[in-house]
Ligand binder design. Structure first.
Ligand code: COA
Length: 166
C-alpha cells in the first residue's frame, strides 16, 4: 500500500541523501550539494509557510520518495509541484504511483484548480510522466536555468482539475 504523509524531522537525513544524489540533483534548478545545516534551515522555513506542503511517499511503510507542493496562487488555487523517488528505485514504477497520489491529493484535498510542473528540457522521464498524466505543455521558458553551467530551457506543464482522468 502506498501513502503520502507529512515530512517529519526523522526524514531529514534520507531526504537530503536523495536530493544530493547526482541523478536527482541534476534534474533540479540548483545542482549544488546541500549541507546538513542548509537542509535543516530549509525544512524549518518550509514548515512555517502555510503555502507549502512537504510529503514523504511511502510504499509498504518504507520511505521511497519526496513531494513538495507550493500554492503559487489563491482563487483560483494553483499549485506547483516537485518530486523525486529514492535513487535506488528509479525506473521501477514508483514515480508513477507517487505522481498519481500527488495529483489526487492536490485536486481532492487541497481543492486546487490547476497543477503545474516545471521540467528542465531534456529530462525525458519527467516530460513523459507529465504527458502520461494528462498535463499539457503550456510554454517553453527559454534559457531559464543552468544545469552544470549549460543554459537550458524550462518546459511549463499544466493540468486542470476538469481535465484530470482519475
Ligand atoms: C521523475 C521520476 C520521479 C519518475 O519516477 P520513476 O520511478 O523513475 O518512473 P516510473 O518507473 O514510475 O515511470 C513513469 C513513467 O516515466 C517514463 N519513464 C520511465 N523511465 C523512463 C525512461 N528510461 N525513458 C523514458 N521515459 C521513462 C514513462 O512514461 C513511465 O511510464 P510508463 O512506464 O507507463 O511508460 C524519477 O525519475 C526521478 O525521481 N527523477 C529525478 C527527479 C526528477 O526529475 N523529478 C521531476 C522534476 S520535474
Amino acid at each position: 500500500m502506498s501513502i503520502l504523509r507529512s515530512m517529519q524531522d526523522q526524514d531529514l537525513a534520507i531526504v537530503r541523501s536523495w536530493r544530493n544524489d547526482p541523478r536527482i540533483r541534476s534534474c533540479f534548478f540548483s545542482q549544488a550539494e546541500i549541507s546538513i545545516s542548509e537542509h535543516e534551515n530549509w525544512f524549518i522555513k518550509k514548515q512555517q509557510d502555510v503555502n507549502n506542503y512537504l510529503k514523504v511517499f511511502e510504499l509498504d511503510g518504507q520511505a521511497k520518495g519526496f513531494l513538495q507542493l507550493l500554492c503559487i496562487q489563491r482563487k483560483p488555487e494553483i499549485f506547483e509541484w516537485g518530486f523525486y523517488v529514492a535513487p535506488e528505485h528509479l525506473g521501477q514504477g514508483l514515480g508513477k504511483l507517487l505522481v498519481r497520489s500527488a495529483i489526487e491529493f492536490v485536486f481532492n484535498d487541497l481543492d486546487a484548480k490547476k497543477l503545474i510542473g516545471k521540467v528542465i528540457q531534456g529530462n525525458i522521464v519527467s516530460e513523459n510522466i507529465h504527458y502520461a498524466q494528462g498535463f499539457k505543455l503550456e510554454g517553453v521558458l527559454r534559457n531559464e536555468c543552468f544545469v552544470y553551467h549549460e543554459l537550458k530551457n524550462v518546459l511549463y506543464f499544466g493540468l486542470l482539475k476538469n481535465e484530470w482522468r482519475k
